[in-house]
Design a protein around this ligand. Structure first.
Ligand code: UDP
Length: 454
């Protein structure tokens, strides 16, 4: 796997670390459990990290030195793709030919690197975009900076080159086709998941004690990277509106996370907003929390708000529901899949303060409805596990390998793994059986490679 701009071992919830980091780590661990060893290449951002780290059984993280450790913004990283790629290729060259069976690139920067690796190693390239510039730019918060045009160009190139693409939802698959001209035949929809063993219902009172929160308050939490796209200000404004009409309301907003992206330009913007609205004493800020503390945040909250302008999925929404906490979310992107409107939470159209205040008030003032939503939320979240995601990825990899094997001279040879897992790699290369759909796909792939237009 390639994850150029952010490490799967970084603490998510600030800077460039968020859902993609969790996704890469969790899927890698699940794939390894099924006998598919994973090596993840990421750019080293500190001199303290060793060149190789073990993230779990069968999962290595390779910290590639490419450019200075600190001070490089994500937007500067296209300048470092050459040294990064060179190091990835050198690493592979230390092994016998055929060391890797497949490359899975996460985010477009990794897609650019994976494209070259695919051509050199003659193995298929699978690409997951995680977010898309064209989608983000179509739904910007007021005054927020658009993604550069160069990113959209880079994404288009990778989408044209990838042997298969993985989309989180059917809507993302449609966006890949409509906005980027992707070949629908090469897209697999694989929903992400949550660590259901960790995120499960628990004792709310104990969670509040652990976090130092009052027992009798109504608590609404926001969890994630603090930036205009994630719109925590929408929640703060809605809370202020509720408190304006009912100052006696025992309401607390809990914000968990740190500045990220364009939010780094004004890291105190949310604190200033709360002060401006006169609700400083009703807002609690916590820095990014590791998973064993985050589960207590979800349990402590009566409601989790996800007011984003765009979300390709929204892992926080699933994690919160898995603990039995209903979610109030913006009706955008993958959140329509992650939350069942009226059953496990509410979806709000737009970002207007009166609409958000009304939805917040409705749920908080109907404890019976909120309780009913708790059980449904746990049931709904149970559909999203990383095990399930790994099954989907393996199916996608199998299709990529069989299509690739059918058009590449020599194909992808089945190999036996004699690494620490000692398992045969049949789950990857056993995709030799094409079936009718596979044959059509491989003909299309062959035409594309040969530059044949119909
Ligand atoms: N997260 C975390 N600690 C925090 C805040 C967030 O571990 O303090 C994790 C959270 O568990 C989730 C991810 O960061 O898995 C955020 O993913 P999401 O899809 O909600 O948002 P993204 O960061 O991808 O925009």
């Amino acid at each position: 796997m390639l994850s150029v701009h952010t490490s799967p071992l970084a603490q998510p919830g600030m800077g460039d670390a968020g859902g993609m980091n969790v996704y890469v780590l969790q899927t890698a661990l699940q794939l390894a459990r099924r006998g598919t060893e994973v090596e993840i290449f990421t750019r080293a951002t500190s001199s303290n990290v060793p060149p190789v780290q073990e993230a779990g059984p069968g999962v290595l993280v390779r910290n590639v030195v490419a450019g200075p450790f600190e001070g490089l913004d994500k937007h500067d990283l296209p300048t470092q793709l050459c040294p990064f790629t060179a190091e990835v290729l050198r690493q592979e060259a230390r092994h016998q030919p055929g060391h890797y069976d497949l490359v899975h690139s996460h985010y477009w920067l990794s897609g650019q690197v994976g494209w070259l690796a695919r051509d050199r190693w003659r193995v298929p390239l699978v690409f997951t975009a995680h977010t898309l510039a064209a989608v983000k730019n179509a739904a910007l918060a007021e005054g927020d900076c658009p993604e550069p045009a160069t990113r959209e160009i880079g994404e288009k190139q990778v989408i044209a080159e990838a042997d298969r693409m993985v989309a989180n939802t059917a809507e993302e698959a449609r966006q890949l086709v409509e906005l980027y001209g992707a070949d629908a035949e090469r897209i697999d929809v694989v929903p992400p998941g949550a660590d259901l063993a960790r995120y499960r219902p628990g004792d709310k009172a104990a969670a509040r004690v652990e976090l130092g929160l009052a027992a009798g308050e109504q608590i609404v939490a926001f969890v994630g990277r603090i930036q205009p796209l994630k719109a925590p200000d929408v929640l703060v404004r809605a809370a202020a509106e509720l408190l304006r009409t009912d100052p006696a309301r025992n309401l607390r907003v809990l914000i968990v996370g740190g500045p990220s992206g364009t939010g780094l330009e004004r890291p105190d913007a949310l604190i200033e907003l709360a002060a401006e609205l006169g609700i400083t004493d009703r807002v609690t800020f916590l820095p990014p929390q590791p998973p064993d503390r985050l589960v207590q945040v979800y349990r402590a909250a009566d409601l989790v708000a996800v007011p984003s302008y765009n979300e390709s999925f929204g892992l926080v929404a699933i994690e919160a529901q898995a603990t039995g906490t209903p979610v109030l979310a913006a009706d955008v992107g993958g959140l329509g899949t992650a939350v069942r409107h009226g059953e496990t939470g509410l979806l709000v159209a737009g970002h207007r303060t009166p609409d958000w205040a009304a939805a917040l008030g409705t749920l908080l003032d109907e404890p019976r409805r909120l309780r009913a939503m708790r059980d449904r939320a746990v049931e709904h979240a149970a559909n999203f596990s990383w095990e399930h995601t790994a099954d989907g990825l393996l199916a996608s990899y199998a299709a990529a390998l069989s299509d690739f094997g059918a058009v590449e001279p020599g194909g992808v040879q089945p190999t036996v793994l004699d690494g620490p897992l000692g398992t045969e790699r049949t789950n990857l290369s056993g995709a030799a059986l094409l079936g009718e759909g596979g044959q059509a796909r491989s003909r299309a792939l062959w035409r594309r490679r040969m530059g044949v237009h119909r």
